[in-house]
Design a binder for this molecule. Sequence first.
Ligand SMILES: C[S@@+](CC[C@H](N)C(=O)[O-])C[C@H]1O[C@@H](n2cnc3c(N)ncnc32)[C@H](O)[C@@H]1O
Length: 317
Amino acid sequence: MGETVMEIRHRPVMPEEVMTLAAADGLVVDGTTGEGGHSELFLERFPGCRLMCLDADAEIQKKAKERLAVWGDRVRFVRGWFDEVFADWQGERPRVVLLDLGISVYHFEESGRGFSFRGDEPLDMRLDGSAGESAAEAVNSWSEAELARVIWTYGEEPLSRRIARRLVEARQVERIETAKQLADRIWEAVPPAKRHGRIHPATKTFQALRIAVNGELDRLERVLGAAFRVLEPGGRFCVITFHSLEDRAVKTFFREVSKACICGPEIARCQCGGKPLAQDLTRHPVVPGDEEVELNPPSRSAKLRAIRKLRETRRDA
Ligand SMILES: C[S@@+](CC[C@H](N)C(=O)[O-])C[C@H]1O[C@@H](n2cnc3c(N)ncnc32)[C@H](O)[C@@H]1O
């Protein structure tokens, strides 16, 4: 029998690769639990592990709680932004930290918060709807230059300026309050010859606004150091990214902690201690195979990187 709409559920990306790189007993922190796909795999595969399941979004966390209830006290849930949870960490240190960035199929299909250009829904896009500026507030108040910058930087949209100009023009006539209104204004901004490409012309702008509204890149920059500090020596840190800026941030951080010496060229003799803080487990990012991409098209832009923490400081044994 085919999958009905009710049964659509986010498929964990690169399940086998993640389970191989992050195999562990002890405490596993799933920093982006979503509906709990990766968490469930850890619980099934590694009987000695316990899960701490974080998510910024209370609604999707309810779904994960229902799904993972059968695992009893091997699982506990914390609602919050991962960068803030790791910055305030107290207590047992994890053996594994997994971050699978971005949003879930649930957000596009069911949340009703305007993540998809296909839905006629209020334009909100916040993961934590209790705080911060919504996407509607952003598109109705940011300057044209700021909109163009965000759409270009986080969406890599070559028509960012045209789109920003059209949004600013349109909002003077009528506020942009729904995802459909936004998608229609973007459609109008795009030259007719470019409206029927491989992806819908609104795809990149919607992605850019979501990243901006949730502060996704700033949070990623902050969580890398914070989670690495909290991780127990010997523990593993795995990150799945979906955007070149995210991947660059992870690659840079992982390279830095995996270097033996960080003294500058002006220092004649190493003073930092000379020992790497981590071992890079994926010199090149791991990407999904053709079969996975066919089965789960949203996985196509995923990149997985992983390190093993070796020590707290470059002088430790
Ligand atoms: C791609 S989904 C995770 C899917 C999950 N790994 C699975 O297999 O089902 C990412 C989840 O992380 C959450 N999220 C995104 N950024 C976050 C952040 N900075 N802090 C906490 N949760 C975040 C989103 O709400 C979403 O539920």
